[in-house]
Ligand binder design. Structure first.
Ligand SMILES: N[C@@H](CCC(=O)N[C@@H](CS)C(=O)NCC(=O)O)C(=O)O
Length: 213
């Protein structure tokens, strides 16, 4: 089984996470960010992640999660908490405003060429505006994110499963927190910090704390 991914990509993190939780290995293939040909050939559009199994290809991270989870008995059996989905939705624009300008500078395989990095910058500035404007407001964004993290803390029931039993909420929440890990200066409440650390190990996905800026 193979995953075509980008290192920064939260949807790719979701697809990687289920392999980690199920202790199954996969081959990671990092695409250049401006490689349109490969994803188009595989699934007809430029997108990541793409899952390859027995010569078949599929996109959509949560479809990939469901397919891999179904192998040899599912692990994501817990109920989900709608308040958690709300929390993720409400904080998404802040996470992206903080994380995307940092990803753009990171030494990730999808940015191995100057053109690939430039492609990402052009594409993402269309989505979140000029990076310099987002960086200029990082103090306000970090304060807002820290307040959001305080709201999250009481929802974290256990370090190895946000609701107590593993569910798709863990896939979404870890991907979200992993995006944030490229940002320096955040204050993680104890429950959130323990969750990030434990899930990073259990899912086999490094946080970006060490390269955060
Ligand atoms: N609904 C899709 C969304 C995937 C997605 O938006 N991936 C981003 C990368 S993080 C993407 O491919 N964007 C287009 C691009 O990079 O040009 C999923 O869950 O897999």
């Amino acid at each position: 089984m193979k995953l075509y991914i980008y290192e920064h990509c939260p949807f790719c993190v979701k697809s990687r996470a289920i392999f980690g939780l199920k202790k199954r290995s996969f081959e990671a293939l990092f695409m250049l960010n401006d490689d349109v040909a490969t994803p188009k050939r595989l699934v007809g559009k430029k997108v990541a992640p793409i899952f390859e199994r027995d010569g078949r290809h599929m996109a959509e991270s949560m479809d990939i999660v469901a397919e891999v989870d179904a192998l040899d008995g599912p692990v994501l059996t817990g109920v989900t908490n709608p308040l958690l989905a709300d929390w993720i939705n409400h904080s998404t624009s802040t996470v992206y405003a903080l994380a995307i300008p940092q990803w753009a500078e990171a030494d990730f395989p999808e940015f191995a060429t100057t053109d690939a990095r430039a492609y990402f910058k052009t594409n993402k500035e269309k989505a979140i505006g000029p990076f310099k404007d987002r960086l200029a407001e990082s103090g306000r964004l970090i304060a807002a994110m820290n307040a959001s993290l305080e709201d999250l803390a009481p929802m974290v029931k256990a370090a190895d499963a946000v609701n107590g039993d593993l569910s798709t909420d863990d896939i979404h929440l870890f991907a979200h927190l992993r995006s944030l890990s490229i940002v320096r200066g955040l204050a993680y409440p104890k429950a959130v910090e323990e969750y990030r650390m434990r899930m990073s190990v259990n899912m086999g996905i490094d946080l970006h704390d060490r390269i955060a800026s």
